[in-house]
Design a binder for this molecule. Structure first.
Ligand SMILES: NC(=O)C1=CN([C@@H]2O[C@H](COP(=O)(O)OP(=O)(O)OC[C@H]3O[C@@H](n4cnc5c(N)ncnc54)[C@H](O)[C@@H]3O)[C@@H](O)[C@H]2O)C=CC1
Ligand SMILES: CC(C)CC(=O)C(=O)O
Ligand SMILES: [Mg+2]
Length: 352
């Protein structure tokens, strides 16, 4: 019997709605196996902030550290000043738990829709740096609300931070069929950070002689994601560029409702955290119409991370089959389904 301690941070907006379906599918995947998950729910997010003014206390963090993995829904609410929860809770978790790899795969499942006329065989993964870049909170504002206001948001890139995520990206590539890494940055303008990234890739690449690599400026990368998405294998990039590119990647490969991610601490000095790429979607929160597929796929990534490859594949196959059935119409494809109907359908497929 293997028991994992799972911290659940459902969060805000559609977070609790999609996490409920993620847990439903986790239960389906582990049914009849000797694997169990003991879950602890952490009531963090807008409600807690309104009640106490707290985002993530030291005690919360310590309690979360006592878990093997984390499943997160989404953080952020229009009733809370922008950035308070995103920085004080979500990014704090990623930074404090040293989740320096933000792994975001993009696959266009057979039968799934893409708005592109020639999407081809989309199957790439973005390895986004998760603890540095412009998201570290290094900046400030002077003369606020005057005509002379100045605001800075400094991107911090350390050799240590860049090197470890670049090495991770190459190690991902070496296990894939095409074995190719594309560094995405903007080193023609951001010469300090960009050249650090380029020099680091040049230094790390020889450790992986079977992996080829090339470079794209981020603006050109946004074009190529639309015109030739099938040409990508592994993309490595910084925190901000990776954030933006992965929403675009979601849009071309089935939509934001299918985009999963893992915030991984490869050194295992703290728990890794799995969450959909999307946010709290306040525009549809409470309506029971959010697509839980991305959360279910994130549960699959969590199982894969824990070494349960077969269960992970089962979960991914179930989501892919559900997506295909939805597109094709048929019993499950008739009309819009509720969040829990999608969860039920995927769970049934997992059970087989
Ligand atoms: N990891 C996280 O917790 C993230 C949090 N956020 C936060 O979420 C809040 C809303 O941010 P937005 O920029 O609106 O991004 P968002 O990802 O929440 O929503 C963008 C659009 O996608 C739709 N959408 C998102 N997830 C969906 C799903 N599962 N099924 C169907 N439609 C879905 C929404 O309805 C909306 O139209 C903000 O507070 C933001 O800071 C944003 C991104 C990630
Ligand atoms: C609030 C952001 C830091 C989260 C986000 O947009 C993301 O990680 O994709
Ligand atoms: Mg984002």
């Amino acid at each position: 019997m293997t028991t994992y301690r799972l911290a659940v941070v459902a969060g805000d907006g559609i977070g609790p709605e999609v996490v409920a379906e993620g847990l439903k599918c986790l239960a389906a995947a582990t049914e009849g196996t000797d694997i169990t998950f003991e879950t602890t729910e952490f009531d963090l997010g807008a409600k807690r902030w309104h009640a106490t003014g707290e985002t993530l206390t030291d005690a919360d963090l310590e309690a979360i550290k006592g878990h093997d993995v984390i499943l997160l829904g989404a953080i952020g609410d229009p009733t809370v000043p922008s950035g308070v929860l995103e920085r004080g809770l979500l990014l704090k978790l990623r930074f404090e738990l040293d989740q320096y790899v933000n792994l975001r795969p993009s696959r266009l499942y057979p039968g799934e829709v893409s708005p592109l006329s020639e999407p081809g065989d989309i199957d790439f993964v973005v390895v986004r740096e998760g603890t540095e870049g412009p998201y570290v909170g290094n900046g400030g504002a002077l003369r606020v609300d005057t005509p002379h206001e100045i605001a800075t948001e400094v991107s911090v890139n350390t050799r240590h931070g860049v090197e470890r995520v670049v090495r991770y990206a190459f190690s991902v590539a070496t296990g894939r069929e095409r074995k190719h890494v594309t560094l995405v940055h903007k080193h023609n303008v951001l010469v300090h950070a960009g050249h650090l990234w380029r020099r680091t890739v040049e230094a790390v690449a020889p450790e992986f002689p079977d992996v080829t690599w090339d470079y794209l400026h981020v603006d050109a990368a946004t074009i190529k994601l639309v015109t030739a998405p099938a040409s990508f294998d592994v993309i490595v990039t910084d925190n901000l560029f990776g954030d933006i590119l992965t929403d675009e990647a979601a849009a071309i490969s089935g939509g934001i409702g299918l985009a999963a991610s893992g915030n991984v601490n490869p050194d295992k000095t703290g728990p890794s955290m799995f969450e959909p790429v999307h946010g709290s979607a306040p525009d549809i929160a409470g309506e029971g119409i959010a697509d839980p597929s991305a959360t279910v796929l994130s549960v699959g990534m969590m199982l894969d991370f824990l070494g349960h490859k077969e269960l992970a594949q089962k979960v991914e196959d179930a989501v892919a089959a559900d997506a295909a059935a939805k597109v094709a119409g048929g019993a499950e494809g008739n009309g819009p389904r509720s969040t829990s109907q999608v969860g039920d359908a995927i769970a049934a497929r997992i059970r087989g």
